[in-house]
Design a protein around this ligand. Structure first.
Ligand code: ADP
Length: 495
């Protein structure tokens, strides 16, 4: 399977990473949403409390302003009256002042304005002034308050019309800063963020340790299963406790044990079968030799004029040869199965080896009236191999090509380049279907069992040839050609 790198790959491979990441993400989402809602509610509550108290304060201020002129001395100027009034109102603001006051005369009246130190009439939002003038009632709005020292703060501005007796109509403004509300909101927000961070860390760690306790044993099972698959049949897990993970470990151990038992039983069985084949082949050798001797004696004594007896004797001798080859092939196969086949390697010129084989096969080709074409490189092709086995493979391939080649030219080609030498045998006969291409290397497999073999194959030829090729570190492969097919024996070349 394709392995992705980076976070995506880690996400796909690590159950632990996924669990911790999901826990952290969900916690962040929950803390974020609920913290946001909480902060919003606190701010809303604080602001509406501030609005209520601002309205009450402004109403009180308005009553004081209405009564103001009564308390001042008769010879006081309008400016002294309004300044005195603003001072009186600002005393109610406390220290530091909870609000600022502006007393603005009706435009065009020529009356004096007055305000607390930090604020001037220009701080009044014109839209509020217009509304207050139009409705004649106490109104408020959220607006930035611009102080004379340049500071600007969000605030609540409450305006109301007021008539100061003996002077004229005014608008009285109270300006409340929302700074303290914002500070409180900030404190609440940082507290919630701090709690959220702690919560996320705590839940992340909890998820990490909890999944580690679960994932570790699962990883151990996976490692043990890998080891088992790689052939370590004694791979087992330690069973701790009685929980589900312990059950998993003990189920794995039971499975591994029964697998090991089965494999051992199969090994014993296949060992017995292999020995049986080998023993039977050996045991049949002696009677076969006796039969051959008896057949030779009988053949000598046959009357040359008795044609039937001559034919029967020839048939007997051919079948004895085939039986002999079959026993040899069976013994060879059981040597491969036992891992007892050994190479007797020597430096070999493959060109010369092929000429020898062609020399032996020549009469068969002639008998089959099949032209045999040999293609070789000019330079000698030297390979470290077991010449007996390589000859056997090539002979086998050539006999098959003559058997199934339909009398058309068979080409034997040697190529010697790069890391391996390739000997291919190509015929132009019936060919082999795609489905059958791997099966031809199976023991006793035949494409058409009803077809009589004229050259007396044993059904083990290609199976043994492939084993021979692989014993050399090479291979024997088959490709379809049109018509016919091509077998290629590749052998590694000495450096
Ligand atoms: P045998 O030839 O003794 O039957 P082999 O192992 O050599 O045994 O071949 C197995 C089968 O593969 C043959 O029976 C035949 O059906 C098929 N086969 C082998 N070589 C060829 C070939 N050159 N063309 C077509 N079929 C082939």
């Amino acid at each position: 399977m394709e392995q992705r790198s980076g976070l995506v790959g880690y996400w796909r491979r690590s159950l632990q990473f996924r669990t911790v990441a999901i826990t952290v993400l969900v916690t962040v989402a929950v803390v974020g949403v609920s913290g946001g809602v909480l902060v919003q509610r606190v701010v809303d509550e604080l602001e509406s409390a501030r609005v209520r108290s601002a309205m009450a304060e402004a109403a009180a201020g308005r009553s004081i302003a209405r009564a103001a002129a009564q308390g001042s001395s008769a010879d006081a100027t309008s400016e002294e009256v309004v300044t005195g009034l603003v001072e009186e109102l600002s005393l109610r603001a406390g220290k530091p002042p909870a609000f600022e006051v502006v007393l603005a005369p009706e435009p065009g009246s020529g009356n004096p304005a007055a305000s607390t130190n930090l604020i001037g009439p220009e701080a009044i939002p014109p839209e509020l002034a217009g509304e207050v003038a139009a409705t004649g009632s106490q109104l408020w709005l959220y607006a930035p308050i611009e102080y004379s020292d340049g500071r600007v703060q969000d605030g609540i501005i409450v305006g109301a019309p007021v008539t100061i007796r003996g002077i004229g109509r005014y608008q009285l403004y109270h300006m409340f800063s929302l700074e303290s509300v914002q500070r409180t909101a900030g404190i609440v927000t940082s507290a919630i963020v701090a709690v959220g961070v702690v919560l996320v860390l705590a839940l992340g760690l909890l998820a990490y340790f909890a999944t580690r306790r679960l994932v570790r044993p699962v990883q151990r099972v996976a490692q043990a299963a890998d080891a088992l698959a790689a052939g370590e049949l004694d791979s087992r897990l330690t069973v701790r406790g009685e929980d589900d993970l312990a059950k998993l470990a003990s189920a794995f151990n039971t499975m591994a044990q029964s697998l090991a038992d089965k494999i051992e039983a199969l090994e014993v069985l296949s060992d017995t079968q292999r020995r049986f084949v080998s023993d039977v082949s050996h045991e049949l050798r002696t009677p076969l030799t006796t039969i051959r001797m008896a057949s030779d004696v009988a053949t000598e004594r046959i009357d040359p004029s008795a044609a039937d007896a001559q034919r029967a004797s020839a048939l007997l001798s051919r079948e004895i040869d085939r039986f002999d080859r079959l026993l040899s092939d069976l013994l060879e196969v059981s040597r491969f199965d036992a891992g007892a086949a050994v190479l007797e390697t020597e430096e070999t010129d493959l060109g010369i080896l092929l000429e020898e084989v062609v020399g032996q096969i020549g009469p068969v080709a002639a008998e089959k009236q099949t032209p045999l074409e040999v293609v070789q490189p000019e330079r000698p092709c030297l390979v470290d191999c077991d010449p007996r086995r390589v000859k056997r493979v090539v002979r086998n391939l050539l006999v098959n090509a003559l058997e199934y080649g339909g009398g058309r030219t068979v080409t034997l080609m040697l190529e010697c380049r790069g890391a391996d030498a390739r000997i291919s045998v190509r015929d132009r006969g019936v060919g082999i279907s795609v489905d059958a291409q791997e099966r031809v290397f199976e023991r006793f497999w035949r494409a058409d069992p009803s077809r009589a073999r004229t050259l007396g194959g044993t059904g083990l030829g290609l199976a043994i040839s492939r084993e021979d090729a692989r014993l050399h570190g090479g291979d024997l492969t088959l490709e379809s050609a049109d018509p016919g097919c091509s077998f290629t024996l590749s052998l590694p070349v000495r450096d």
